[in-house]
Design a protein around this ligand. Structure first.
Ligand code: IPE
Ligand code: IPE
Ligand code: MG
Length: 258
């Protein structure tokens, strides 16, 4: 299966060569769903599925780096996920810590900068420590940016942005200054471009409070595969399919400069 990867990558490159008006997505986001169901299917605990899901993360990050997709955002933990049993929440945080520790040298080697979005200040101290460490150690990397959404909610991000904005005297005194781009300056990672391609695994057709503001014109890719089944090849196929979409942004011609 691995040997088919260079083929998919060269297919994508050839397609772009033949279709110069097309371009790779600048920002791909993924709702990594279905770990629990995958584990259950093979008679294992949910945690086993979360662990296997980490291999998918590794694989997909590697594919994005090969293609040089500038931003890849992964939904790791939502503001709603606190409603899960305490043991699962702790296990997810432990996995995240482990992942940050284990992958750090790999990120640096592949020149991947890692940043985090979400209400990270509400996370346990040890988790915050690992996030800070990863952020600092990869700060100088200038390849792709891997964005990990943790304790993230799209509505919460908008609320948090409005709170920050209300502290900005210039805007409070002159609200007409406010327009769509300006609001996004108050987001967790203001540099994030709009989402071009949003992928959700596990056959669910919803966005579950992910990147609400940034996804207004995202192309949506839903797949019945469970997250542990989604690897490099599946990611490349999703990008290939994205390239065939006609993005009009409300206009009549096929391609509009953004
Ligand atoms: C996604 O898998 C991972 C997280 C939400 C952290 P799930 O844990 O939601 O797996 P399912 O949807 O129950 O199968
Ligand atoms: C979305 O998955 C959150 C993450 C992938 C982190 P969920 O499994 O929590 O979403 P719902 O409950 O199916 O909407
Ligand atoms: Mg789920």
């Amino acid at each position: 299966m691995t040997s088919s990867i260079p083929l998919y990558i060269s297919q994508i490159r050839n397609y772009l060569h033949r279709n110069p008006h097309k371009s790779l997505p600048r920002h791909v986001s993924i709702i990594m769903d279905g770990n629990g169901r995958w584990a259950k299917r093979i008679g294992k605990e949910r945690l086993y599925g979360h662990r296997e899901g980490m291999n998918s993360i590794r694989s997909v990050v590697s594919a994005a780096a090969k293609l040089k997709i500038p931003y890849l955002t992964l939904f790791a933990f939502s503001t709603e996920n606190w409603q899960r049993p305490r043991g699962e929440v702790t296990a997810l945080f432990n996995l995240l810590k482990y992942f940050c520790r284990k992958e750090l040298t790999n990120f640096i080697k592949k020149n991947i900068r890692v940043i985090f979005i979400g209400r990270t200040d509400e996370l346990p101290q040890m988790v915050r420590y690992y996030l800070r460490r990863t952020l600092q150690a990869t700060r100088h990397c200038n390849g792709i940016t891997l964005v990990i959404a943790i304790n993230y909610g799209g509505q919460q991000e908008i609320v948090d942005a409005v709170k920050k904005l209300l502290k900005d005297k210039a805007i409070v005194e002159n609200p007409d200054l406010l327009e769509e781009k300006l609001l996004s300056r108050y987001f967790y990672a203001p540099e994030l471009p709009p989402v071009d391609l949003m992928i959700r695994t596990s056959g669910e057709y919803r966005l579950s409070n992910f990147l609400t503001y940034q996804s207004v014109y995202a192309e949506l890719h839903f797949t019945p595969l469970l997250w542990p089944e989604f690897k490099e090849k599946e990611f490349l196929l999703a990008v290939q399919e994205y390239l065939t979409r006609s993005r009009r942004f409300g206009a009549l011609n096929d391609y509009v400069d953004r």
